[in-house]
Design a protein around this ligand. Sequence first.
Ligand code: ZN
Length: 462
Amino acid sequence: MNSLLLTGGRVIDPANNFDAVADVLILNGKISAVGKNLSAKAPKDITRFDVSGKIVCPGLIDLHVHFREPGQTAKENIATGIAAAARGGFTSVVCMPNTSPAIDNAGTVALIHERAAEEGTVNVFVTGAITKNISGEELAPIGSLKKAGVVAITDDGHCIQNNELMRRACEYAKMFGLPIFDHCQDYSLVTDGVMHEGYWSTALGLRGWPAAGEEMIVARNILLAELTGAKIHCQHLSAAGSVALLREAKKRGVSVSGEACPHHFVLTDAAVAGSEKFWAADGKVISNFNSQISNLPEWPAYDTNFKMNPPLRTARDREAILAGLADGTIEILCSDHAPHCDYEKEVEFDYAPFGITGLETELALALMQLVHPKRISLADMIAKFTINPARLLNLAKGTLSAGADADVTVFDPEQEWIYNREDSASKSKNSPFSGWKLKGRAVATIVAGKKIWSEQNEAVAV
Ligand SMILES: [Zn+2]
């Protein structure tokens, strides 16, 4: 049971600096060996899986997803969230605590662990809230959240405005060995902005969310990380200034880190003005997209699938995020998978909720913007999806070392396919990338030695 021999793939395991055509032998849910011709070592009756021509890497980890359970299961639940993750090639996900009720107590953490265990496929890790009910006013019981098994604390979706309270949170987090994740948003600067404050917000008559609203809190976090020694991880970075601040702080050895989501390094605020404006203004430079698509995807102005928080920014910001990913300033890739029902998104731009789904498209978009144009190597991209998030969260994951859990992703970086949101495994369809021709796709997702999803078998096996 849970034994498998993967043969002939190009195995890339950045944690061990391994990159070669090799077999991967999995015995009883653990990695037994990675090397040439492992057939002789494998039990005779082992299931073989020919992955020639494919990439084999440690199971991908998405450390920023919203599965909406408990409380908002019309948008998503743990079962459907897991199904979307498996299809995207993800073997582990980290759930944000802004559920209803919020994950601010040990009981809710246990509930999510239980629900995930019932599904028994993708590993589901949980973050706890920093403040009670994510209200930014009073600290949650961080010690008991840690005991219940949270891997980090965050008020994601919200941002603690009181710097003194954030300082105390940092001190507790450090004491309990937990990283703090922060959704960086200064409320006084952002107020009720719905898109990036700039040319397009003016042209479209929408209220602006200035880049400084993010940069201000990134700077605050750097100062508090220095003051307290806590590990602060800045979520879904969108602005050039944030990358510059982080780069400078990391040079000085400050314990801060950052993540980027594909929509922020593929799209720009011009997309809110509609597809025609986007392709004419900022879409031209997107490699692989224009050259390969005869009919460019179309969408109208004010399409709420282009509304997220933080918002899409300018081409200059997009370039800075890409540069930050290339030079290692931003060491983690994730989706911020944020499902919403059609009826919630099908309203005026001002009233729609922020957020888009992302688990099924992020691997392809990362390959297309980072690897195919040679901004970073395949190994570097894989590290940002595996060992880097594992290290930040102290998870014994993200590597194919002998003895490690046999979480493995097999993908084809060259496969071309068209993403159709109606085919998504997620309960929600709020993706801006529907109809896009993508390049690169997961072929199989293996958790603890069990193939939980594969291209041939489109259903998630339990
Ligand atoms: Zn957020």
